[in-house]
Design a protein around this ligand. Sequence first.
Ligand code: C2E
Ligand code: MG
Ligand code: MG
Ligand code: MG
Length: 290
Amino acid sequence: RTGRAVGGSVVTYDPDRHGDTHGLLSTVAELRHGIAAGQLRVHFQPQLHSGDGTLSGVEALVRWQHPVRGLLAPGEFLDVAESHGLMDAVTQEVLRQSVAQQAAWRRRGLVVRMSVNLSAGTLLDASLPETVAALLARHDVPATSLVLEVTETALLREPERSLAVVEALGALGVQGSIDDFGTGYSSLTQLRQLPVSELKLDRSFTADLLSDPRAAAIVAHTVGLAHALQLRVVAEGVEDEETLAALTGLGCDETQGFLHARPLPAPEFEAWCAAREGAVPGPRSPVSAG
Ligand code: C2E
Ligand code: MG
Ligand code: MG
Ligand code: MG
């Protein structure tokens, strides 16, 4: 830290603060450029039916292929996107890539539900339903095979406006999902009017399930109430077989987590599917070549 005289006054130079400001500004500029330059990537993580372990859906998760810093996780850039007006651009890009990928898979016989995450800000965008409808039509993907995940916190920030957007999406046939359920302050009874068809049990319950009887009680209760409301329950963050067995025993319909697969780039996801079920005929596979 150095003081230096400027026009008779002393300006304190704080390298930390200066560094932060510079870092943030450059991140915003780089992200804006990166989105336009096609640096966002979407990785896909499978969701499996609890009963027979077959593929039930796929969650699309964004990454940023930064030219210098490498592949960045959403936790490293989504806050900046949200606070600097770039989230709608991120969402559009993720939706575009996800729906296009889903269409490509469908053409090759892999018909799978696709979940995409929406931020709180995106939920206030009244033009989102129109954008989604156009995208689905362009790629000839049925609305019912798209799931949009929103968190309780996002929904409750501006309940009326976000509810209107969720309802308009529901009217298209798009499914709604409550992500990270149990971490917000809402209850299922408060959410009963929402046109959603899925609830994703937060990873913290999955993580504590075997060691904390209270976590197990919450899961059991949530599954019971969700099923009474005709909602499917997906448990996230499943990392071991014992937890999978416990979640299945408690009635969770589907599970997602590193036990099955990490979020993967499309070609690796296809290889994962092929290794599991031999079910993804690819144009480049030796069997179908020619
Ligand atoms: P989320 O929607 O709850 O996604 C699940 C996160 O848990 C992902 O982290 C995933 O990689 C991670 N995960 C999956 N299985 C396991 C497991 O078994 N153990 C552990 N420890 N973690 C697991 P990721 O990809 O870093 O995403 C973090 C969050 O960023 C997401 O949480 C979501 O809220 C947000 N996000 C990701 N992609 C998008 C996007 O395209 N748009 C928006 N608005 N948000 C996104
Ligand atoms: Mg999610
Ligand atoms: Mg989640
Ligand atoms: Mg989560």
